[in-house]
Design a protein around this ligand. Structure first.
Ligand code: SAM
Length: 243
């Protein structure tokens, strides 16, 4: 039976390609890639020679049927994106849905993902969290999205393009207030760095930061009940009076 393999690729450090991921890429008949030029480079680094077909957001109407036909013919197909997991803020969701509906096996491999890397080293709560991915590019829509999240009590994880980080943080400050955040920058690469502070503190230095970043924002703080001294004294007095 044909299988569609979802193969994560490194988010920076080439050593994070697992032996299994390499085996799968070597064994499949075709690799469906978000950007065939990038995947060609990756394949060259590992001496993998496979036919590549292009599968991205703008050609799905033709690339998905093409891949389904290959699976129908008994071919094994791997899906990769430019970095990390396909389908995680990357193309592939519609393809997987169609593959499942057409009764093909779908297998996902373990591997690199920027959000998880960033979360576990952030120092923010990991008990529950929300992966949001990209907010809208437009400030007005972005603020609306943030407004829907403003009471969310757990850690929130966002992806953002480097040139939009400052504007995004300005909107976060305006809508969410001055919370603790972490910028996880250049993960798995030479200049990997975690910048921790309040949104205001991070905004002071953000324009000097380059490279890819994950933004993690602390959830809304639980309101700590302020101890009502007057009520407590009343209760004690009532006990004394009774007693
Ligand atoms: N599919 C990928 C994954 O599984 O993590 C995410 C792809 S998404 C198009 C790209 C975004 O992921 C970047 O804008 C950035 O927010 C984040 N990202 C990817 N690689 C990163 C890295 N090495 N360090 C920090 N953030 C990274």
């Amino acid at each position: 039976n044909s299988t569609l393999y979802l193969v994560p690729t490194p988010i920076g450090n080439l050593q994070e390609m697992t032996p299994r991921a390499l085996d799968v890429l070597k064994q499949v008949d075709v690799i469906a890639a978000e950007d065939t030029r990038n995947t060609k480079k990756l394949c060259m680094a590992y001496q993998i020679q496979k036919p590549l077909i292009s599968h991205h957001e703008h050609n799905q109407a033709t690339s998905i049927p093409e891949i389904l036909i290959l699976l129908e013919q008994g071919k094994q197909v791997a899906v990769v994106s430019d970095a990390g997991y396909p389908l995680v803020s990357d193309p592939g969701q519609r393809l997987v849905k169609e593959a499942i509906e057409n009764d093909f096996n779908v297998v996902s491999l373990s591997g690199a993902n920027a959000a998880t890397n960033a979360l576990v080293a952030s120092g923010l709560s990991t008990e529950h969290y929300l992966f949001y991915g990209f907010l809208d590019n437009k400030s007005s829509r972005r603020k609306k999205q943030l407004d829907e999240l403003k009471d969310f009590p757990y850690t929130m994880i966002f992806y953002e393009a480097p040139h939009r980080i400052e504007d995004m943080l300005q909107d976060c400050l305006e809508v969410l207030g001055n919370r603790n955040i972490v910028l996880a920058r250049e993960l798995t690469k030479v200049y990997e760095e975690y910048i921790r502070g309040t949104i205001e503190e991070v905004l002071e230095i953000v324009s000097s930061l380059k490279g890819e970043m994950v933004v993690l924002i602390e959830g809304k703080r639980q309101e700590t009940k302020i101890f009502d001294m007057k009520a407590a004294l009343k209760q004690v007095q009532a006990l004394v009076d009774e007693g």
